[in-house]
Design a protein around this ligand. Structure first.
Ligand SMILES: [Zn+2]
Length: 452
């Protein structure tokens, strides 16, 4: 099959076709978002209050979980006039969502074409959730808006160098069609050997892809390899990184390899948070049009601007599975001061929640931490509450599981086999524990590696 469609006009048409197949309205969403980002902060805040009020009134009418919560906390959605009133509502985390089960689904019987998603975010707690057509459209609108500031238009060729949360290693037929229609060259980053990176270099030179998208760690690894070969800058117009912390070293290494600026993007589908760096690279402009963000202390009290705390979101575009004051598991601060670019969107700054490591295999592969975040058996086995993997020697992996009830040996053996299928020959030790290891700053990490 073709890697990409030749001809820009054909690809512009292909994007429209993809939207029909995917049942999204990202293009029309993008048009609105490109305008609203230039609204003043006050206009955007007013839009948020109006949207939140309407969303909460709808939740009260149609979602049993919220009916109960609003009644218990004395919250009156129709009287919402100030953002501060949200603090009457409790925070919610993944375990509350799991416990709430079907009571968090609307009872109005409307078909919102919801689609299942799963995540563990940076918390290691598996969560299955749903996005509906509207929120899925916003997702694409926000991504395309972030990319659009560099001249990207939907249909332009781009390459992804990434693992599971952006694209799985082996894409199925339907995903192949989507990739073809969206002008995406898929370069999986699970197993970045020199041979594979050579192939990627050739592929990128041949296709003349203008934009790169991927994990900072994968792009950095690839960029270091490119930079180690004297003749080979791979020219691009912009590189977009996401899902992990982008270090200063990684940014400069990537910029050197591709000869263009890097724009970091911070978002997570479960929270509805989509934010991006502008050309001033001074934080992440947050997509206020579909999601309200708070930064709170451990008791759920809002912190003043600039103070670092827990990032909590209310995604008011998603009505298939509405989360209100959802703890994302990430930490950062809000900056409402005007940005030189002129956008009225607030900025998230000092983000401290997106680190992942690689796991090393005996055959020299580096398996990205996202492999575990999207490892299906962690989600389908309902006895697993939380997971963490630890490696201190190549070829051996400790899988730590916090469980609801201890499974039989057969289930553990099956899980081990499934992990070995993805990781290759590797000794896997499953350990049951009640407490997961935290970093010195108290942060949870899905992968901990002590391998140099
Ligand atoms: Zn800006």
């Amino acid at each position: 099959m073709l890697d990409y469609l030749p001809g820009l006009y054909l690809r512009r048409f292909a994007i429209k076709l993809m939207e029909v197949l995917r049942k999204t309205e990202g293009m029309s969403n993008l048009q609105d978002l490109e305008k609203s980002q230039w609204h003043s902060y006050n206009q955007l805040e007013e839009l948020q209050i109006n949207n939140l009020r309407e969303h909460f009134m709808w939740c009260e009418k149609n979602v049993p979980f919220w009916q109960k919560q609003f009644a218990e906390s004395g919250f009156k959605p129709d009287q919402l006039s100030s953002i501060d009133q949200l603090q009457q509502l409790p925070l919610m985390d993944k375990s509350i969502i799991r416990e709430a089960g079907d009571t968090l689904f609307p009872t109005d019987g409307l078909d919102r074409q919801r689609r299942p998603k799963c995540t563990s975010g940076s918390t290691g707690i598996p969560l299955n959730y749903y996005l509906d057509r509207k929120s899925h459209s916003f997702l694409w609108g926000h991504i395309w808006r972030a990319w659009g500031q560099t001249g990207y238009k939907p249909g332009d060729l781009y390459a992804t160098l990434s693992g599971g949360s952006l694209l799985p290693e082996h894409v199925d037929f339907k995903q192949r069609i989507y990739l073809l229609l969206s002008g995406c060259l898929h370069l999986p980053s699970y197993h970045l050997t020199e041979k594979i990176m050579d192939e990627y270099c050739l592929n990128l030179a041949r296709t003349k892809v203008g934009f790169m998208y991927g994990y900072p760690s994968s792009l950095e690894l690839f960029a270091r390899y490119v930079n180690s070969k004297s003749e080979s800058i791979i020219p691009a117009q912009a590189v977009f990184t996401t899902s992990e912390m982008l270090t200063t070293e990684a940014r400069s290494e990537i910029e050197k390899a591709f000869g263009c600026p890097v724009f970091d993007i911070y978002g997570c589908n479960d929270s509805g948070l989509y934010s991006f760096e502008c050309q001033h690279h001074n934080g992440f402009h947050q997509g206020m049009e579909s999601c309200y963000v708070e930064v709170v202390d451990d008791d759920g009290n809002c912190l003043p601007d600039g103070k670092i705390g827990r990032i909590v979101t209310t995604h008011f575009a998603n009505r298939s599975h509405p989360f209100i004051r959802y703890i994302t598991g990430d930490v950062g601060a809000i900056d409402r001061s005007p940005c030189e670019c002129g956008r009225g969107l607030i900025r998230l700054v000092n983000l401290q929640g997106r680190e992942r490591d690689f796991v090393r295999t005996e055959d020299g592969r580096k398996v990205h931490g996202a492999f575990f975040n999207h490892f299906e058996p962690f989600y389908s086995n309902s006895w697993i509450e939380r997971f963490q993997v630890y490696q201190n020697s190549v070829g051996k992996l400790e899988v730590r599981l916090q469980v609801k009830e201890k499974p039989d040996q057969g289930a553990v053996d099956k899980l081990t086999e499934e992990l070995q299928e993805g990781l290759g020959k590797m000794e896997i030790v499953v350990i049951f524990t009640d407490e997961m290891e935290l970093t010195s700053t108290g942060k949870f990490r899905v992968v901990i590696s002590d391998v140099d």
